[in-house]
Design a protein around this ligand. Sequence first.
Ligand code: NAD
Length: 493
Amino acid sequence: MSEVKKMFVGGKWVEALDKGVREIINPCDGSVLSRVADGGAEDAKRAISIARETFDVGEWSGMPGPDRAKLLWAFADEMTTHVDELAKIETQNTGKALIESEYDVYDSAACFRYYAGLINKPGGQSYNVHDPAVHSISVREPIGVCGLISAWNFPMSLAAWKLAPALAAGNTLVFKPASLTPLSNLFMFELFEKVAFPAGVVNIVTGSGDAVGQTIAESLDVDKVAFTGSVSVGRKVMTAAASNIKGVTLELGGKSPNVIFADADFAAAVDYGLFGAFYNQGEVCTASTRLLVEEPIYDKYLAALVEKTKKIKIGNGLDKGVKMGPLISEAHMKTVLEYIEKGKAEGAKIACGGNRITKPGYEKGFFIEPTIFTETRPDMAIVQEEIFGPVLVLQKFNGEEEAVRLANDTIYGLAAAVFSNDISKAIRVVRQIRAGITWINTYGPVYNEAPWGGYKQSGLGRELGTYGLDDYTEVKQININTAVAPTGWFDAE
Ligand code: NAD
């Protein structure tokens, strides 16, 4: 059996304090891929206390910006140098197609470079206050110790979106990867060690959410928690974070609409309908799991979509040409299959898919056919709830007003798209949809430069862009009096 992978804490590779070990499963065939330290609450506390001491010493936050930036750049270079190893690890652990994993490596490295570049950009303001002798300015300072908790669908990118701005801003951190997918993240921490980040600045604790995640969220020594995951756990994190009024950012789930008007470019709308729903097996927070199609083109659109969906190459993500892999775990596959059964029971019709794939070579993996439901109603669970798998529901509409009403009809507000060749109409509709990330005539691209996050129950705060950096800083007001004299306020009259 392979060696147990350790956690990087205080500049050293350590076992879990109770020597616990967790098996990491290859979703393609259910085999044990690796074994990692299974940290618990005490491991989280140890890492937090080291991150706290390291922050308070001030070496990292006090390091000249260009030197900090150099380390972030060096780390990004290491990631791209190791693209093949990282991508293979990611595909084996998550099931995603190798081409997606490679993209994620480059995207994560680009995120580090972007935030390295922001380090020496203007960050404060100055104010024209009513007292002309006073210079009033604000500066941005690091928050302190950041607790970063992540999900399993994009392990590298989700980590980069948190680690890069947290480090650029001068914070120290404790990172908790998703329990199912720590492997690429552990490799990233080997690279932090390689480029010689000062000991104690970056710490990773692998383990369960209940133990490690909850301890981070509750800790009085953590100043900010950034969380990516489900709404239900996000709620727990927000509650726990109230312990010391720590800063909170939450990147949560979605049930995002893609609105296809009859005047859209048909081929592009079909292609993106497929891409938005089934990229990464549909395990994407912003997946367009609700396709709203305007009545005049509905039948033609559905036929084209089904035809293309049946051609998706499903298999081991390491195999050439595969575009869809297995779901992340057996438990998750069962949840998705239960939703499919629920959809049928509620009266929706399956236009294609609907089953686990059990043909020879696939039977031990967690594969599900990409599934399309039609004849749905807005009140159905499959229309309202995040399934987080390759399950797409179609909804028919007529006109802008109905499109907006249906698009807004869930508790979520993460992403949305509109396809139309009438750009004025597309903008009008997008502006009425309550969602944080929107696209017109495209679906899915993520830009490190632009803010990412949701309205409604899809989250709180923003990652990426300058907003993403701001959320890792405190703002300090400094007022400098250039005409020093007593106030005389309490002098006798
Ligand atoms: P999850 O909520 O089950 O787990 C997320 C993380 O929280 C994991 O690391 C888990 O171990 C940890 N955790 C569990 N219990 C905890 C607790 N009590 N305290 C602190 N941490 C705890 O989510 P998941 O299944 O890993 O990921 C899927 C969800 O993530 C989906 O809802 C998806 O939409 C969402 N997601 C959102 C974004 C975004 O950017 N908005 C991106 C990716 C995924």
